[in-house]
Design a protein around this ligand. Structure first.
Ligand SMILES: Nc1ncnc2c1ncn2[C@@H]1O[C@H](COP(=O)(O)OP(=O)(O)O)[C@@H](O)[C@H]1O
Ligand SMILES: [Mg+2]
Length: 230
């Protein structure tokens, strides 16, 4: 059986029958504020509990901001960073070749086993067409596999958009796809999570509610039936 990396998100690990398959790359997408950063940081802090070093690579949001916002959910984050168990960095976006080299040297220097790229969709600016973009994403995913790095590739869905991504590339290239969304039920909005695809494991194929809980992070409720009659 394939080895799993617990995500550290209560309920999500249950949906995944243990976690992400080790060395696989999961595309995590959703609208702004849906919890992509929070879930990904939980994935990294879980890694540090298991002795796996993690890195969060951000192209837009400053690392200090990411850490400060996450400290509401995990007061130990600053300590995990100061002891080098987790790194949150912003890498320069000069070219895809440089970026790939930078990522590879970060992985080697800190023996990284968990990686988050926020956002992978941002890399699209380097490519004239979606074919070459797809090639580059697959290259990155293969690099992570070679180094046994389990990764989350973050995407963005504009409000009211009906696809998983702008290009359709990320969901095909990655090993797994998870979507965070908000569903309207009568006059309330309920946050929902759905695993669309996960190679190498069975998973709970069901729309499940989740919420943000202070000092915990995101919690998923796989047994709730809120969407059953919709
Ligand atoms: N103290 C808090 N308690 C509950 N929820 C919070 C708290 N702080 C932030 N949030 C929620 O976290 C969300 C931001 O999550 P984030 O992971 O940054 O989303 P994304 O990366 O998808 O844009 C906000 O929309 C807010 O609802
Ligand atoms: Mg974010």
């Amino acid at each position: 059986m394939i080895e799993k990396s617990k995500t550290g998100v209560e309920g999500l690990d249950e949906m995944l029958y243990g976690g992400f398959p080790k060395g696989y790359s999961v595309f995590l997408t959703g609208t702004a504020g849906s919890g992509k950063t929070t879930l990904s940081m939980q994935f990294l802090t879980e890694g540090s509990k298991e002795g796996e070093a993690g890195i969060y690579i951000s192209f837009e949001e400053p690392p200090e901001q990411i850490v400060q916002d996450f400290s509401v959910f995990d007061s130990e984050i600053n300590q995990l960073i100061s002891t080098g168990k987790i790194k949150v960095v912003s890498l320069p976006l000069s070219s895809i070749e440089n970026l790939k080299e930078e990522i590879e040297s970060e992985i080697d220097a800190s023996n990284i086993k968990r990686l988050v790229l926020d956002s992978v969709s941002y890399l699209r600016i380097f490519f004239p067409d979606s074919f070459s973009y797809r090639r580059a994403i697959i290259d990155l995913i293969n690099l992570f596999k070679k180094k046994s790095v389990t990764s989350i590739l973050i995407g963005e869905i504009p409000y009211g958009f009906n696809s998983l991504s702008d290009t359709g590339v990320e969901e095909f290239a990655s090993d797994g796809v998870i979507v965070l969304n908000t569903i309207q039920k009568q006059d309330t909005f309920i946050r929902s999570i759905k695993i669309v695809k996960m190679r190498g494991t069975k998973f709970l194929n069901k729309l499940c509610p989740y919420e943000f809980v202070e000092n915990k992070g995101i919690i998923v409720y796989p047994n709730a039936e809120v969407f059953a009659e919709m």
